[in-house]
Design a protein around this ligand. Sequence first.
Ligand code: SF4
Length: 337
Amino acid sequence: MARRRIIPLFIPHEGCPNQCVFCDQRKISGKTTPVTPEQVREQILSSLPAAGSGCEIAFYGGSFTALPVETQRELLAAVAPFLASGAVDSIRLSTRPDAIDDRICELLRAYHVTTVELGCQSMDPRVLALSRRGHSPEDTVRAVAVLRQWGFSVVLQMMTGLPGDSGAESMKTAEEIIRLRPNGVRIYPTVVLRGTELERQMEAGRYQPQSVEEAVALCADLYSRFLSAEIPVIRLGLNPTEDLSGGEAVAGAYHPALGELVLSELYLRRARELLGPGSGKTAVLTVHPKRVSVMAGQKRCNLIQLQRELGLRRIRILPTETQLWEIHGYWETERTL
Ligand code: SF4
């Protein structure tokens, strides 16, 4: 299926009633000021040729529905002519669970917003309090119910590695998210950004950041769980920006290709299960052509690890037109496993 074109428009920190300990949207988004209605029009016009018609507008980086109502109206009204002409076919926005009610939903519906992304981050009250989120797990449950009643698609964003989260809290969060049946989830391992409260806590020895390796292992567990519950994971890890890659990510699970590392870990686990010990044998793994590099891992680390762990003479990958997630394995000269 062709990937949906999205034109992202940023409102860094706008609407946020508080400062979450880990957050600096200016560094995450690479934008320092929020878009104005005029810039919305300009950015859509300049992005349309690349995005093509029928693309989606996304307001990210702040708490859209906590903006003054007039500001919300002005921003959404700037998109309206593009919706009317068919150049744009939908709008999505991200916000906080405690900034959703019937009045807000009525406004969003009137301007043809179709998807609302909620930063629930954790369903553990202690983790939320330590992260200074300023909302409760019950706010998320209630917001999802209200959004559903109004017919919105709902995407839930969760984080791993937050203060007070040992990993078990993230797994519990995933289970509660699955019970809410969102249309998709985003998983963001915590990155310690320069100048944030979380950096100060880390320097004072009060916060232990999650490493990339820990985040990859935990995210692979979470991904498997969402996959088996048939809930799409639409994003894993922050989008790389110049700021983040240039030193503003001081610790935590920042990697420009985190999503690919997690997929590689899932493929490694699956291949290990499929093959089992194979002392001195040559193994062949067949995967979808788009998943060859994922199966091999960065610098072929998965293949090196499998060869060593299973005592293989050799291992090779054969691209095959299968389903995206399918992997088959066999010993050369033997039948498919
Ligand atoms: S995490 Fe969300 S609610 Fe918290 S400060 Fe950042 S944008 Fe605002």
